[in-house]
Design a binder for this molecule. Structure first.
Ligand code: DGY
Length: 330
């Protein structure tokens, strides 16, 4: 019997490739930059399975060119680059990697929060530029107190909850807004559910953890930034377009809010000429939320297991469209 064909769109941990190789002929995209739309189309034209990252646009026109595709395995929790509805329409299972990356991602979220609050990046640049001329000054580099401050979590999914737990560890008051209210978590962790306007106006730190959908695009725009305290700090670990980048620039430049910390941008990657990068009250990291060795390896293994399961006609460990199972006898 001919082995199924699998295309892996980026270099991943060899252990995950080994797993795939046990059941399939595997082709890995060898370049540093991801395949463009035409290259991806070409690579999956005869594939039975594909392992994708957030940089691969898996849309209806692409899926129309992949008649053999049985399973898409996304190496991420976010699926905004994949047209899951169209995949379902075509009977293609979609795997993803929720859960395992939540703690590592929230660690980066909290690192960004602390860095923006206590001006770590800004003061480090000052030291490197030779600005540190006296050991200590009572009035230098004053930042925001984290202990006792109010942390507003937008989206209480697994990453949002991990961020909340880190806030509680720093004795913060944690308020949240989510599509669905989570009474059990409120009780267990002492979290307060509030309306978005209350969250924006009462939080010292607003941390975004919502998926990118048409409803959440520009969830934070001029109006929302104006509702925030002038001392507030915005943290975005979700997806760049959840924040209106132009409005954010104006808000930071004109000090409507104190600072922002971004692990994601719009566009991504951000251009070196982007005006946001001229601002000293912006902390930025290059989409590294889940980038610990342990977590990335586990993500690769989970994505590989999802792909193998799909190829074997079994249930995926994490499936974004499990409604397909009955039609597949699973
Ligand atoms: C995700 O998992 O969605 C991240 O943004 C990429 O690791």
């Amino acid at each position: 019997m001919i082995n199924p064909q699998v295309f892996v769109s980026r270099r991943i941990f060899p252990e995950a490739l080994d797993l795939l190789s046990q059941v399939a002929e595997v082709e890995v995209w060898p370049e540093e930059l991801p395949p463009n739309a035409g290259e991806l189309e070409n690579k999956i034209a005869n594939a039975d399975g594909v392992l994708t990252t957030i940089m691969d646009r898996v849309d209806a026109p692409l899926l129309a060119k992949a008649p053999r595709l049985k399973v898409i395995s996304q190496l991420a929790v976010g699926l905004d680059n994949v047209d899951v509805a169209e995949a379902s329409r075509r009977g293609i299972l979609v795997g993803y990697t929720p859960g395992i990356l939540s703690k590592a991602t929230a660690d980066v979220g909290f690192a960004l929060l602390l860095s923006a609050a206590r001006r770590i990046g800004e003061s480090e640049r000052w030291v490197r530029a030779g600005g540190w001329e006296m050991s200590f000054h009572p009035m230098y580099w004053l930042g925001a107190e984290v202990n006792g401050a109010t942390l507003g979590i937008v989206g209480l999914g697994q990453i949002g909850l991990e961020m909340a737990k880190r806030g509680l560890g720093f004795d913060m008051r944690v308020i949240y807004h989510s599509r669905t209210r989570k009474l059990e978590l409120e009780e267990r962790y002492g979290l307060e559910y509030v309306a978005p306007q209350v969250l924006l106006s009462e939080s010292d730190f607003v941390s975004l953890h919502v998926p990118l959908t048409p409803e959440t695009r520009h969830f934070i725009g001029e109006q929302e930034l104006r509702m925030m305290k002038s001392t507030a700090i915005l943290i975005n670990l979700a997806r760049g377009p959840v924040v209106d980048a132009k409005a954010l620039y104006t808000a930071l430049n004109e000090k409507w809010i104190q600072a922002a910390a971004l692990d994601v941008t719009d566009p991504e990657p951000i251009s070196p000429d982007d005006p946001l990068l001229t601002l000293s009250n912006l902390v930025i990291s290059p989409h590294i939320g889940s980038a610990s060795v342990t977590t990335r390896k586990e993500m690769c293994m989970m994505a590989a297991r999802n792909l193998v399961a799909g190829l074997k006609g079994e249930r995926l460990e994490n499936c974004a469209n499990p409604e397909l199972y009955p039609s597949k006898g699973l």
